[in-house]
Design a protein around this ligand. Structure first.
Ligand code: ZN
Ligand code: ZN
Ligand code: ZN
Length: 548
């Protein structure tokens, strides 16, 4: 009897033992960022998507419908850094795309690195690396855990879209050089381009894609999910006379004399998908049992979104074509890595606002903040009380950097000085609130806009005063056409999250709140990878449904 009970206990333990002993790991993780993708594109264009692109992930994977950025500013650099590191600018330090550096007193780009030069450009010159990113990410942790055996590659049109996801020591990161139409890297990674990238560049795809016309994929009359093609809210592409189809790409390229307009067409996405396939083949990714990581950032969605806005025919066409590019990429993965052997996740680095003028015309409160006039009125007000001096060192990304040298020399009470400045700023229409960096640094906020600002605030890099605008307002050089992103409002924070592959439930829809920083902790716990050192997101429990 005793023996029977023992055996029963032993048997009861077995399934658990087996489960923990054999975590099924994918041969390849493909992390896709669609630059500026709003969640509503999945719903609006769903009927026109193929079965094998976005819909394959929605149908056969996990769909996080309520996934948001949990910090401001919602820009590309911070977005890519946050997705892959599972933390926010306060920790990884990528506070914007470009910011005023308090240390060296000038503006820098998030991927600037003065110690490296370009590889693959005709004339070398300055180049880029991830040195400004202060924490590890999924790529770094995979590399460390496998003694460097995991193959990690990042590709994108944008340098920051390739560099930040790839972490600090990938096999390579490649981005687009719009002068030559080639993909390039920097000496941070290697002294020369690998053979497969040289061979890829020799195919001259940029030239091919910038030849002929950009016409709509389906007859334009079927694009009932977007507004009229010719409308007052769109910027014209290249030298086109009207913001309407068809666009004469050969003429645009000849006028430009280079490939600067390719990213502003859907074919900027296609060439990145082509490069992703070449990377899989060239680096032998997904061929052995060590999990590899390919990061793919599609940038044309962002360029087209800025020019035409979220309701344009151009954006609809861009997404229908991206859907095809994705379907092709997944078919290639099925073939080369094997169906069921890889994991894909897809999200965005931020979403985007409606064109403010479009909202104004619909009687919805919205507007444009013009930085220069505000600056001069604020300075005039400050000078009335404190006299003339260089009070402001810089204004960047809706943050004011005070001149601390002058404030210290004149022994001015900084808190009072900031209060004075805030009361002047609050007299402007469109400015909702202004917060102090000192509060971000000394208090602990757990929700709302203060929390989002705090998670985006890095004491060594961020400014002294943080401006928040009313919903629908943004600071612009945009005029009344085109749009942008950067706020903590839903239109900028709400992004898709699709996860598909090994161990991930199929057809699971979630409306629970998910933070952008939750994605990588989820993958790390699912596949037994160490959490990136600064990660503070939580695993999405619903993804573990299959494993209970
Ligand atoms: Zn972006
Ligand atoms: Zn148009
Ligand atoms: Zn953008």
């Amino acid at each position: 009897m005793k023996r029977l009970i023992l055996m029963a206990v032993f048997a009861a333990c077995l399934p658990f033992k087996e489960l923990t002993a054999q975590v099924e790991k994918p041969k390849l993780i493909v992390g896709i960022v669609v630059d500026q993708m709003r969640i509503d594109y999945l719903y609006r264009f769903e009927d026109k998507f193929s079965d094998n692109g976005f819909k394959r992930l929605m149908r056969d994977g996990f769909f996080g419908r309520n996934t948001h950025y949990n910090y401001v500013p919602t820009y590309t650099g911070p977005g890519h850094a946050s997705v892959f590191s599972g933390t926010t600018p306060s920790v990884h330090g990528i506070i914007a795309n470009d910011w005023y550096s308090k240390a060296i007193k000038k503006k820098i780009n998030c991927v600037d690195d003065s110690t490296v030069t370009a590889v693959g450009n005709a004339n070398g010159g300055k180049s880029y690396s991830p040195i400004n990113m202060l924490s590890t990410n999924l790529a770094d942790e995979l590399k460390i855990a496998t003694q460097g055996e995991a193959v990690v590659v990042g590709v994108s049109i944008k340098n920051r879209g390739a560099i930040l996801p790839g972490g600090h020591f990938p096999n390579g990161a490649y981005w687009f050089d719009d002068k030559t139409g080639n993909f390039v890297t920097s000496t941070y990674y290697k002294k020369q381009l690998p053979g497969w990238v040289i061979a890829f560049n020799k195919r001259k795809l940029a030239r091919e894609y910038m030849t002929g016309q950009w016409e709509t994929l389906l007859p334009i009359a079927q694009y009932t999910e977007s507004g009229p093609d010719d409308n007052p809210y769109e910027v014209k592409l290249g030298n086109s006379k009207q913001p309407v189809f068809p666009y004469d790409l050969t003429a645009i390229r000849k006028k430009d004399g280079d490939y600067g307009s390719l990213p502003r067409t859907p074919f900027g996405n296609t060439i990145v998908a082509d490069l992703a396939k070449s990377a899989i083949a060239g680096e032998q990714m997904g061929k052995d049992d060590v999990t590899d990581l390919l990061t793919v950032s599609f940038s044309s969605t962002d360029y087209i979104g800025h020019l035409f806005g979220p309701d344009a025919k151009e954006i609809e066409d861009c997404y229908l074509r991206l859907d095809k590019d994705l379907a092709d990429l997944f078919a290639y993965l099925d073939e080369e890595v094997g169906q069921g052997e890889y994991t894909v996740f897809l999200t965005a680095d931020h979403a985007v606002a409606q064109v403010p003028q479009f909202l104004i015309d619909k009687k919805i409160p919205a507007g444009y903040i013009k930085q220069k006039p505000i600056e001069s009125i604020v300075i005039r007000g400050i000078e009335e009380k404190y006299g003339k001096a260089d009070w402001i060192e810089s204004v960047s990304n809706d943050q004011i950097f005070l001149n601390h040298r002058v404030l210290n020399e004149k022994k001015i009470n900084k808190n009072e000085f900031m209060d004075d400045m805030i009361s002047i700023l609050l007299t402007f229409q469109g400015i909702k609130n202004v917060f102090k960096g000192t509060d971000m640094n000394t208090r602990e906020y757990s929700k709302g806009i203060r929390s989002r600002l705090q998670l985006g605030y890095n004491v060594k890099r961020s400014g002294d005063l943080l401006l928040v605008y009313e919903p629908g307002w943004f600071q612009t050089g945009y005029g009344k056409t085109g749009t942008t992103h950067g706020s903590g409002y839903n239109y900028d924070t709400h992004v898709p999250l699709l996860m598909y592959g090994k161990g991930i439930p199929a057809g699971y829809n979630s409306v629970k709140p998910i933070s952008i920083t939750d994605i990588v902790p989820t993958l790390c716990l699912l596949y037994e990878i160490n959490l990136p050192n600064g990660a503070n997101g939580q695993p999405i429990e619903e993804v573990f449904q299959n494993n209970q």
